[in-house]
Design a protein around this ligand. Sequence first.
Ligand SMILES: NC(=O)C1=CN([C@@H]2O[C@H](COP(=O)(O)OP(=O)(O)OC[C@H]3O[C@@H](n4cnc5c(N)ncnc54)[C@H](O)[C@@H]3O)[C@@H](O)[C@H]2O)C=CC1
Ligand SMILES: O=C(O)[C@@H]1CCC=N1
Length: 263
Amino acid sequence: MKALFLGYGRMGSAIGNAWREADLVEQVIAVDPGLPNCEQTLVYPTLEAVPPEPFDIILVAVKPALVASALAGLGEALCAQAVVISVAAGIPLAVLEQALQGRCPVVRAMPNTPVLVGAGCTGLFGGSRLTVAQHQLVGRLFAAVGSAHWVDRETQLDAVTALSGSGPAYYHLFSEALAQAGVALGLPAELARRLAADTAFGAASLQRRPEADFAALRLAVTSPNGTTAAAIEVFDQDQTLRALVLRAATAAAVRSQELSRGE
Ligand SMILES: NC(=O)C1=CN([C@@H]2O[C@H](COP(=O)(O)OP(=O)(O)OC[C@H]3O[C@@H](n4cnc5c(N)ncnc54)[C@H](O)[C@@H]3O)[C@@H](O)[C@H]2O)C=CC1
Ligand SMILES: O=C(O)[C@@H]1CCC=N1
């Protein structure tokens, strides 16, 4: 299987490298005017420079404002047999289909950066022209680099973006804050960083067990009148943390909706 990537920055290269390392695609070719040739990926500066051979998958991973123009330049020779996948936040199927003028079926995907280590999660929504075989292929491709989840309504992708698309950054911010707190409490910076990362990994591993209940996991750490209770009381005072998380996720979803209106 051959894959063409339009845009090979952080998200494009994370997916392309992961698919190639998992042997899901035999050849990855990218178009990216901002990159030199990568070690295992042939990178062309423009679409016109790509030899006119058909691809099975064409994944567009440019910034949302550039998606329509990047797709408009896709010639019949490249996309005659392809499924086009857009990972761009907010850009609606209707805009993607219009840019392609019906040349191929389209899927919207909202992955996240942990696809790079096979631990991503991706929300998917397919257009009406997608065949059952193509639906299965796209699901398999994203499941192979984490988990893949089809949503029923396109608008749900705004919530997926706010939760798991942007979500890794929330956890990284929390780890930054926790490591800084460790240093403030007297630990060497490297030890604080390591403890924060290992704690995030350990807690996530417990959360991913079948039937895991997040509240029960929290209570299992929280001895009555103990150290955790003292910290949780600060986080949960007047629902502070939960209210903040809701505000932050809502801001991300609203931004996704704005992007869909071209704002
Ligand atoms: N970074 C993330 O965690 C996630 C990003 N996304 C989406 O992925 C898309 C790309 O985001 P990032 O990878 O973070 O940005 P990025 O800036 O790292 O990558 C974008 C790449 O597109 C290239 N580019 C610009 N114009 C181009 C053109 N006309 N043709 C081909 N390539 C072109 C740039 O040189 C750059 O390397 C965005 O639409 C974003 O919404 C989706 C999920 C997660
Ligand atoms: O911040 C962004 O717009 C992109 C989409 C989800 C994660 N990064």
